[in-house]
Structure formats: structure tokens, C-alpha cells
Design a protein around this ligand. Structure first.
Ligand code: ZN
Length: 437
């Protein structure tokens, strides 16, 4: 337990809990402590001492860990829509591969070294000059378990599904560990402190497991934009370690999985999920003051201009009937937080603020916590933070890790009242059971 006023030089605790990889950080902290203990001059000592105690960590108890004791049920894989309703797609597998009708063990074809273009054909799917009489086709490697789609490598298998529109949906299916390994470096820089990477890995896995369970019967659980899923291209040693060392660990709240949302920068207070997503609130996602992300380059921003005509077109395309933009303001922030629930256009048109942010473009309008001014034919936005603001604040987690908090403390801070559950060691043997949603 951290006490107020403790000097924060405790990453060795986190390193011990998180397994390998803590040595460099630990030795750095020891060196820093040693420097503090050898003051040569009184004034110099005071300066050093001030430097050592500058970062005073508020108390954060590490999140408790429990191990799942009950058996769980199969299958345990995440399906991600990676290409939607396309006319054709290039598929490549090195070594032996097989094709089955998805959902069955019916082997349609087997071979070595596949490189073909898949496209719809009649009620089935054509692959090169072969027409296969299946509306849902699973392609898997029998060797390295990697399938390449349009030049990007993916763990697991690829499923081609005929769509109502006559095209093909391309779905990747892999176990959650492979998904986290591929996605983690796209969500958080591999160069960031390992305790932040560990926390992000657990948040990401919790998010994935929640969707596996809550969309169990759906054709896919996630889409490529749900998290920054781009296949294996960005995998790195540090993020692979963070994934491996936390394998099987997810956050739960009162026997329930929950979507452990995360975002770049909250700018001082994380948001309540009920305000942002109009879903039922729960303690781990209610939002709290975050004193850790003020150094983020996204803490505040200004001068983001969007043409009024462009905004009108985007709103119309989303079903909002508007002729021009005369005013935009936000409303519905809750408690001490500033993240709004609504955007009010022209004084009367109300829409979900997060939906508005995504409509304008998440990279352009970084946050819904904005002020908007009409300037000629443009709307000029200024605001703070990046992302929806719910759950783990990534720049805050980075600062916490640099201040000496371990990954369990980071998770406990951003997801109050959540528990950490070890679901499995090996996802191939894993099955999911207890939490109810
Ligand atoms: Zn923050």
C-alpha cells in the first residue's frame, strides 16, 4: 500500500509482480536513490532531495488478482471484421493450408503455398480459377498459423463471408492473446514504460473478452476500427513481453466482464461511460479526476477548422437534417467532469457528442470537450484531450509508470472497484465461463 508522502521509487514492486523485464527500470531507480544518499554539499543535497521527492504519488492500492477456478467453455476466439463488403481480396498462405466451410469440419480444399484473389461467384466464392460452393469459407495455415490478407499478416484463420450486398466480408479469427499482441503496439508506443504497456495489455484483453462474450452469436465481435487492429505488422519485443506476462488476465466488476475502455488523453478527468456512450454506468467506468496527463501534447488544442458546408454534408449523410451551421455548443457534462454528452447544433438539434466527434473525424476533432466558433464559412474548434475520455488515460498511465506506479496500481486507479481475474495460461486450453456478460 502506498502512503501519501511516500517517495515513489517502487517500480521494483511492479517488476516483481509482473515477471520479467523490470531490471533496467529497477537499477535506474536504485542509482537514483544512491545519488540521493550521497549529498556532497548541504545545498546540493537539498536540491537532490527536492528532486527525489518532487513526484509524490497519491495512494493507489494495487488491483487484487484472483484466479478462475471453474472450467469455462469453448470456443474462445475473437472475430474481427478487417475488410467490409469488398468485391475482391488477395489471400496468401505460405506452406500447407486448408479450406473449410466455416462452422463445420467439411474440408473443401487443401494445398501448399496459396496466393489467389478471392471474389464472390454465384452463391459461393471463387478463389483463383476454383469456384467453391460455400457462402462462408475458412482459410487456415497448417504451419505457422499466419494468413496474409491484402499484404498484411494475421494470426489465426481468415473467414470469407458472402454479404447481402453481393460482396465479401473478410473476418480474421484468432485467440485473444494473438489479438492483444498485434493491437497493443498500435494502441501504445512500444517505447513507453513497461508498467504502462502491461496495464494497456490487460485493458485491451478485457475489452476483447467482453465483446467475445457479449456478441457470442454474432458474425464478428469487433471491427478493425474498434481498436487499432492492423494485423501483425507492428508487433515488437516489448509489447509481446507485456502481452505474454499478463496472459489470460482480465478486469471484471462484480462477476461481470466489462468493456475496459481506454483513450489517449483525458485532460484532467476521465469521462463517465453513461454520458459518452449512453449506456448504463458502472463504478470502474464512472470517471475520476486524473492528475497525470497534463504533460500530454493533446492536453489542449485549438485552431481546428472545418468548412461549414463540409459539416452540413457529414451531418446529412448521418441522417441529421440541417441546412447550415449557425451555432454549435456542448451540454450534458456530469459532476466534476467536462466531457459532454450532447452537441447542440443551431440551438435545437441534439446529438450524441461522441458520435459528432467521430463524424467530424477522430483525428481532426480530437475530443468532444470543445468550444466551437463560427468564423466566416468555417467552424473553428478548440478543446482538450484526445479520445472519448472513458477508462484508462494512456498518457496518464505513462506518467504514472514514470512516477513509479506498477501496472496493477495503474489499473486500480483508472478502473476503480474492478478486480483482476486470471482466466487461463494457455488460450488454446482456455474457455470462458463465469462472468455473466
Ligand atoms: Zn488523464
Amino acid at each position: 500500500m502506498t502512503r501519501r508522502g511516500d517517495r515513489v521509487a517502487r517500480p521494483n514492486v511492479g517488476a516483481a509482480q509482473s515477471g520479467q523485464g523490470g531490471y533496467a527500470f529497477r537499477s535506474y531507480k536504485l542509482r537514483r536513490g544512491y545519488a540521493c544518499a550521497l549529498p556532497l554539499l548541504a545545498g546540493f543535497a537539498l536540491i537532490i532531495q527536492a528532486g527525489c521527492t518532487r513526484r509524490v504519488a497519491p495512494p493507489v492500492a494495487p488491483i487484487p488478482t484472483e484466479r478462475l477456478t471453474e472450467p469455462a467453455r469453448k470456443p474462445f476466439a475473437v472475430r474481427t471484421l478487417i475488410h467490409k463488403d469488398v468485391d475482391s481480396i488477395e489471400i496468401q498462405v505460405r506452406g500447407y493450408w486448408s479450406m473449410k466451410q466455416d462452422g463445420t469440419e467439411l474440408l473443401l480444399k487443401r494445398g501448399k503455398d496459396l496466393k489467389e484473389t478471392a471474389e464472390p461467384s454465384g452463391a459461393g466464392i471463387r478463389l483463383g480459377d476454383q469456384r467453391l460452393p460455400a457462402a462462408n469459407l475458412r482459410i487456415e495455415s497448417e504451419g505457422d498459423r499466419i494468413v496474409s490478407v491484402k499484404g498484411s499478416n494475421y494470426h489465426g484463420s481468415v473467414i470469407l463471408c458472402r454479404t447481402a450486398g453481393g460482396g465479401l466480408d473478410v473476418i480474421n479469427e484468432c485467440d485473444p492473446e494473438a489479438y492483444v499482441r498485434s493491437t497493443l503496439p498500435a494502441e501504445m508506443s512500444p517505447s513507453w514504460p513497461e508498467e504502462a504497456l502491461y496495464a494497456q495489455a490487460v485493458a485491451l484483453r478485457s475489452y476483447v473478452v467482453y465483446y467475445i462474450r457479449s456478441k457470442a452469436e454474432a458474425g464478428h465481435h469487433l471491427s478493425g476500427i474498434s481498436a487499432a487492429y492492423r494485423g501483425m505488422s507492428r508487433e515488437s519485443r516489448r509489447t509481446n513481453h507485456a502481452t505474454f506476462d499478463t496472459r489470460g488476465m482480465v478486469l471484471v466488476w462484480k462477476d461481470n466482464y466489462f468493456p475496459a475502455y481506454f483513450h489517449s488523453t483525458c485532460a484532467g478527468h476521465t469521462a463517465d461511460c453513461s454520458v459518452v456512450f449512453s449506456i448504463a454506468s458502472l463504478p470502474p467506468l464512472e470517471g475520476r479526476r486524473c492528475p497525470f496527463c497534463h504533460n500530454s501534447p493533446h492536453s489542449s488544442w485549438k485552431g481546428v477548422s472545418v468548412a461549414r458546408a463540409e459539416l452540413v454534408e457529414k451531418l446529412k449523410a448521418d441522417g441529421v437534417n440541417v441546412k447550415d451551421i449557425e451555432s454549435i455548443r456542448t451540454a450534458g457534462a456530469k459532476g466534476g467532469d467536462f466531457h459532454p454528452g450532447e452537441v447542440i447544433i443551431n440551438g435545437s438539434i441534439r446529438m450524441n457528442a461522441n458520435r459528432f466527434r467521430l463524424l467530424v473525424g477522430a483525428a481532426k476533432l480530437k475530443s468532444a470537450a470543445f468550444d466551437a466558433k463560427i468564423s466566416g464559412d468555417k467552424v473553428v474548434f478548440s478543446g482538450k484531450g484526445w479520445g472519448h475520455g472513458v477508462g484508462l488515460c494512456q498518457f496518464g498511465a505513462k506518467e504514472m509508470a514514470q512516477s513509479g506506479y506498477n501496472w496493477k496500481q495503474i489499473l486500480a486507479f483508472y478502473y476503480p472497484e474492478a478486480r483482476l481475474l486470471k482466466l487461463y495460461d494457455d488460450p488454446d486450453e482456455a474457455t470462458l465461463h463465469p462472468p455473466k456478460s
